[in-house]
Write a protein that binds this ligand. Structure first.
Ligand code: EPZ
Length: 420
């Protein structure tokens, strides 16, 4: 196992290039299952979750070549349709192969992803929607066993609540269905929009891209002709590094970023006193004269993202006053709080709501990463804590942050990866 050892107190400066979006690349990789041709995908972040999904595609019979952020993938030789527990349990987004496998082969078995640290993470909305398209689905021995021997049939579907991967699965199902599928209350995340655009460019008519109502005119089972794909920038990685600049009260510039996708994050940082220079694909953050407290409620895109909540709890420890942060999407997404308290943070927690009492000095200590975004919050706190902070179990970080210590050290931080 590895840890990150962080010497706190360094100011940051310089430029950092944002990687491609993990949460856009994952559905795009899964969607190649419904492609008739080999697909080239550029700007893929080399992180563990991507390598896990690439491995799953290979286990199903696909051919892949992943080199310097470019992935060539050919699924014409895929014959297997079972995504086994051993791989799905390591990455619940494997659920994204469910709809493409079912749409292409008429049957598949996908292990129930199970919960993860931040919550039970059910997939009931995915399954209910596929059943409305004619799929027969049973849960047996921990597996989702889905059948649609005559193919999926277009339907009018309303998601009871917005689900990112649920919308993505159903867009892929609708692409190959017979007839028209309308998805009401679809998620609006940029990653959902990129998947829709890629499938539209592969020959499927999709109306309403970027709105909550998507209408997909399926091919009736004919595979798609994918064009080369360039993955959009990772808006959560970008937000995390803006928080690195903010927590150390430094000036840094992010390049290859999509400012539109991080508006909610920038708005909250501006409320806290930070200023910005924003151009087409670059964002510079400037130090705040005084870091002000902030009130945050997490919600679906385009509102404040749950994936940035932990980072802002860490940042709020440096604010002059009390910040109030409420987590509305996941039932257990405050595990970073106990660890931040070990660094001296004064945080009161009450179910899905925290009050962060700022300006308490953080002092370096050993802390434990628990999930992807919580671990990034601990790294941010380590950047500003006096002395040395050691973040254990950083395999959580490696799932979604490419070259994290190299990127931070290039900005002047002192972060070392050490074997436990
Ligand atoms: C996606 O997860 C992201 N993952 C998550 O990012 C992100 O936190 C989440 O969306 C919310 O924005 C990927 O895109 C790979 P949801 P997803 O379905 O799709 C409930 C990260 O850090 N729900 O939008 O699994 C669910 O419990 C990860 O990169 C159901 O009840 O999230 C949650 O409360 C962590 N039934 C809410 O909806 C379902 O069938 C939103 O979940 C599906 C979801």
């Amino acid at each position: 196992m590895y840890s990150l050892e962080i010497e706190g107190g360094e100011k940051l400066s310089g430029e950092l290039q944002v990687s491609g979006s993990k949460n856009s690349a994952l559905p795009l990789i899964a969607s190649t299952i419904i492609s008739k041709n080999s697909v080239s995908i550029n700007n893929i972040p080399d992180v563990v979750d991507i390598r896990t999904l690439v491995k799953l595609i290979e286990m199903l019979g696909g051919e892949t070549n992943f080199d310097s952020n470019r992935l060539e993938i050919n699924t014409s030789k895929v014959t297997k349709t079972k995504a086994t527990y051993d791989i799905v349990r390591t990455m619940r987004a494997s659920i994204l192969v469910l709809a493409p496998l079912l749409a292409r082969f008429g049957h598949c078995e996908v292990s129930l992803p199970g919960g993860c640290a931040i919550g039970s993470r059910p997939v009931d909305l995915h399954l209910k929607a596929l059943q409305e398209m004619g799929a027969v689905i049973e849960i047996e021995d921990g597996y989702i066993k889905a059948k649609a021997p005559d193919g999926l049939v277009g339907a009018e579907i309303t998601f009871e609540k917005k689900t990112v991967t649920g919308t993505e699965n159903l867009v892929m199902a609708g692409a190959l269905a017979q007839g028209k599928t309308t998805l009401f209350n679809s998620a609006l995340e940029p990653e959902v929009i990129q998947l829709c655009e890629v499938i539209r460019d592969a020959g499927v008519q999709i109306d309403g891209i970027g709105t909550e109502t998507l209408t997909i005119y399926g091919t009736g089972g004919e595979l798609l002709d994918f064009q080369t794909i360039d993955v959009i920038p990772d808006r959560i990685e970008a937000g995390t590094y803006l928080c690195a600049g903010a927590i150390t009260n430094s000036q840094i510039t992010l390049t290859s970023v999509e400012p539109k996708h991080i508006e909610a994050t920038i708005d909250k940082l501006e409320e806290m006193g930070f200023r910005f220079d924003i151009s087409e694909d670059r964002v510079t953050i400037f130090p705040a004269k005084k870091i002000k407290p902030v009130n945050i409620v997490t919600a679906e895109y385009p509102l404040f993202p749950t994936d940035m909540q932990a980072q802002f709890v860490a940042l709020a420890t440096q604010a002059d006053g009390v910040s109030r942060i409420e987590e509305r999407l996941f039932e257990n997404r405050f595990m970073h709080v106990n660890e931040l308290q070990r660094l001296g943070a004064e945080i009161d927690i009450d179910k899905n709501y925290v009050e962060v009492h700022g300006l308490g000095e953080l002092r370096g200590a050993d802390v434990m990463a628990t999930d992807l975004r919580a671990s990034s919050a601990l790294v941010l706190a380590g950047l500003v804590a006096t002395g040395t902070t050691k973040v254990h179990r950083i395999y959580h970080l490696d799932r979604g942050y490419e070259n994290l210590e190299e990127k931070l050290n290039a900005l002047g931080a002192k972060v070392k990866r050490i074997r436990d």
